[in-house]
Design a protein around this ligand. Structure first.
Ligand SMILES: Cc1cc2nc3c(=O)[nH]c(=O)nc-3n(C[C@H](O)[C@H](O)[C@H](O)COP(=O)(O)OP(=O)(O)OC[C@H]3O[C@@H](n4cnc5c(N)ncnc54)[C@H](O)[C@@H]3O)c2cc1C
Length: 416
């Protein structure tokens, strides 16, 4: 029960990390709480996955099947229906405590890859007033009912939030015969990817109402109606704009949050912007030996990027050394919402760093500037940048002579 690497979570990130660590000859354990591998992709039966990694348009199950098939060719140990409850630091690394049908047990591991994914924000987190009838679902739960259980949970519904899962469910519910009255988004711009706005709403004639929110729900046993209202620029409902819409379903697509209770339990430092662990270019968190990948690290827009980052995390987890780290922060300045990694370990190679970033607002003709000690060392122009779309940059930081005393920052500014 001793492993070099234990991967927690058997979604696309966990699968890729386990395969990559195994390729480096590490002994690997993969722990998954559900009965099947594949994570959330099991229920994402629409296509669009794999364009970057395979140059093909795959469905979620097809995409993860490729990695499951590859994993099954390896000697990675897999524990299904096993829930990791606790991690404990000790002299030899970490004890991973879990429960399954055989009871409670633990394994010892030198390194961990956290690949626990993310979860959806609920009605409680968006402050909707009124009763608590049935008929209020997160988009992921509705997706689970329709795609995995073959049940239609609503007949006439309103979707709150224009995140990608909400848009995809607007189309899915329509195709299954439900009436989707509209998608209501509190922000003045949509949250989802443009391709989902066209393919899921425009193609099916589903209206998108920006600067609107659901303020109240009605119904005793079952939802009977919702109240919607226009909101001002501070997202506060505007008086006398309220409208009652009769419906039996409210689908929430109001954001995803990385699932990091396990990381926090061993004091892994969390980035307040990504809500995932702070990590360096090797995907190692601020806790030595603890790596993180996929949506547990930050919410990715494409599963392909989840896989690419998890391969790196898995590979690096196989080569844990006692070398001290020398960390330099990449400061997110004007126009940048966040970067991943947000820290560089200059005691490790920095010549081939993949930097992911998001713009903090929609920007046109924007100049990205990387500064080292106040000097602009790299610039790139973007015609349009939107927060829902994650950007990826390959950077050779070695050529800028970065040391532990360097100040590294990234900014975005609109130019003529
Ligand atoms: C409802 C929903 C729908 C989505 N739809 C799309 C989509 O259509 N297109 C798209 O590109 N992206 C979609 N995403 C984003 C999608 O999550 C990612 O693209 C990708 O699945 C992330 O991979 P992951 O491995 O990081 O996380 P996940 O796929 O979420 O896998 C995490 C795994 O960790 C396991 N786990 C968590 N905690 C523990 C624990 N303590 N012990 C053991 N196992 C644990 C979970 O059971 C799960 O299997 C969706 C996300 C959600 C939440």
């Amino acid at each position: 029960m001793n492993y070099d690497v234990t991967v927690i979570g058997g979604g696309p990130a966990g699968l890729a990390a386990a395969i990559a660590a195994n390729k480096e000859n590490a002994s690997v354990l993969l722990v998954e709480r559900e009965a099947r591998l594949g994570g959330i992709l099991k229920q994402c039966i629409h296509d669009g996955f794999g364009l970057v990694t395979f140059g093909e348009k795959l469905t979620g199950p097809e995409y993860c099947e490729r990695y499951i098939d590859e994993l099954l060719q390896t000697d990675v140990s897999v524990k299904l229906l096993t829930f990791v409850t606790r991690i404990e630091k000790n002299a030899d690394g970490f004890a991973i405590h879990f429960v399954n049908r055989e009871g409670a047990a633990h394994v010892q591991t030198r390194a961990i890859v956290l690949a626990t994914g993310c979860r959806e924000r609920t009605a409680k987190q968006v402050f909707i007033h009124g009763t608590r009838p049935s008929g209020v679902f997160t988009a992921g739960t509705a997706q689970y009912y329709v795609n995995l259980m073959g049940e239609l949970p609503v007949k006439r519904c309103v979707i709150l939030g224009s995140g990608d899962i909400g848009l995809i469910m607007a189309r899915r519910l329509t195709m299954e015969g439900a009436e989707v009255i509209g998608v209501y988004e509190a922000k003045p711009e949509p949250s989802g990817l443009p391709r989902n706005l066209y393919q899921c709403l425009d193609d099916f004639g589903i209206p998108l109402h920006l600067s609107h929110t659901v303020t109240r729900v009605f119904g005793d046993e079952r939802l009977t109606a919702v109240e919607i209202a226009q909101v001002d620029k501070n997202m506060r409902p505007i008086a006398n704009t309220e409208k009652i819409i009769e419906c039996d379903g409210l689908i929430l697509s109001v954001g995803l949050i990385p699932e990091n209770e396990l990381a926090e339990s061993i004091d892994v430092a969390i980035d307040r912007r990504t809500k995932g662990p702070i990590c360096d270019q090797k995907y190692m968190t601020m806790e030595k030996g603890v790596f993180c990948a996929g949506n547990a690290l930050h919410v990715n827009d494409l599963v392909d990027y989840v896989t690419l980052s998890a391969v790196e995390a898995g590979r690096n987890s196989a080569y844990l050394t006692n070398k001290p780290r020398a960390l330099v922060h990449v400061v997110a300045e004007e126009g940048i919402l966040y970067t991943v990694p947000s820290v560089l370990d200059v005691n490790e190679p920095v010549s081939d760093v993949t930097l992911y970033f998001r713009a903090s607002r929609e920007l046109r003709n924007a100049m990205l500037t990387l500064r080292v000690d106040g000097r602009a060392v790299f610039q790139k122009k973007y015609s349009v940048l939107r927060p829902p779309e994650m950007e990826r940059l390959k950077l050779n930081f070695a050529q800028y002579g970065i040391t532990t005393d360097s100040e590294v920052s990234l900014s975005l500014k609109e130019v003529e």
